[in-house]
Design a protein around this ligand. Sequence first.
Ligand code: LMR
Length: 394
Amino acid sequence: FLDDLPFLSPDPLLSVAQQAERDHRIGKLDLTIGVYKDRSGQTPIFKSVKSAESSLVQNEITKSYLSTEGVPTFCNAIADLILSPHDVTCNRLATVQTLGGTGALSLAGRFLSDNFPESVIWIGTPTWSNHVAVMRQCDLNVQTYARSLPTGGRNFAALMDVLTHKARRGDIILLQPICHNPTGDDWSKAEWDEITVQIVKAGLLPLVDIAYHGLGQDLASDLTRLHTLVEQTDVTLVCYSCSKNFGLYRDRVGALLVAGQSNVQPQALQSQLAAIARTNYSMPPAHGALTVGHILTTPVLRQQWENEVESMQAHLHTVRTQLAAHKQIGPCNVQTIATGRGMFCMLPLPPTIIMLLRNEYSIYMADNGRINLAALNENNLLQFVALIDRVWAN
Ligand code: LMR
C-alpha cells in the first residue's frame, strides 16, 4: 500500500534547528528557533512555574480526563489576562484550551473552513514559517501579500490594498498585533487604527496570533492593539500561546479565544469548537494549563511571573539596542532593530553568506535571515557582529 509514498521535506526551520543541535563545534551559536535564552544562554524553567508545579504535585488528586474545552481555571484566567475587564469592553464569546499556539491556529482554521468554506484567508509575508501550511491543512484558500517592502520596513500600502480592494466581505485576515515573527517590525498605533477601521468597513474576520505577549513592551501595552480590534469588530479570533511567556514550550499550552461585539450564542460557538477538538484529540493535556492557571490566580506567583516576563523583555531590549548601535553589520543596516519588538529581527544576508556562516562557523540562523535575539548576549554579540563583517568583507 505505502510503497510509493513521496518523501516530504522537513519543516525548514525545525531542520536547521536540529542541524544546530547536532553541531558540537566550539563557538556554535544557535539563533534559529524561537526559544528564549537568558543572559547566560540558558533556557531555565521559570521560578513561578517550578513553584506552581510543586504545589500541583502535592495537591493533584486525579489524572482523569479534562473536558474537551480544557481546564476551566486556565481558560478563565487567560481570558481575564488578555481581555481584562478594566481595559476592554467586549463580549467574551468562547475560550478553549489548545495544544500551544499552533493548536489554537489549527482549531481556528478548521472552524473557519467548516463555516466559511468560500472565504479566502489573507496572510502577509514574510510570516511565521508554519502559518500558511497550517491554514492550507485546514483546507482554507490562502492568499498572500507582501507585508515587507523589498528594501525592508512595513508595506502598509500592500495591506491597505488587500483590505480596501482585494478582500471580499467575509474573508479572513491573519494578523500579528505585537512582536511580529519574523521581522519584529510591528504596525504602528496609527497604522493599526486604520487597519481596524478598514477591517470593519470591509466586513472581514480578523484572526489574531499572539505568541510573544509581554516580550514587546510590557504585558499591558502589548494588548492595546488587540483591544482596539475586539472593541470595534463584530468578532475577533485570538490564538494565544503560553510557550514563550511561561517557558512551557514542550507542555503545549495555548488558547483560542473569540471576542467582539457580536451577540452570537456563546454556547453554540463553544459547542462547535469543542466538536472539532473532540474529533482531533478529544481532550487537551492538563499539566501546563493547570500550572498557568495556578500562577495567574495566585497573587504571589503571578507577581513573580510578571517579573520574570519583564526581565525577558529587558534582555531582548538590551540586545536590540546593542545590535542597533553598530548601525551596519555586513550589508545590513541594523538601526531599526532598536525600535523593533519581540524575539526576532531579520538580517537580510544573501543565502550564500547564511550557508557559509552555518557550515564554516557554526552560526545558525533561519534561511530567511531571521535571528533569535535572545540567544545573543555580552559573551557572543561582538564576535557575532565582527564575524559577519569579516565574512562580508571577504
Ligand atoms: C519559531 O518561530 O521559532 C517558534 O514559533 C517555534 C516554531 O514552532 O516554529
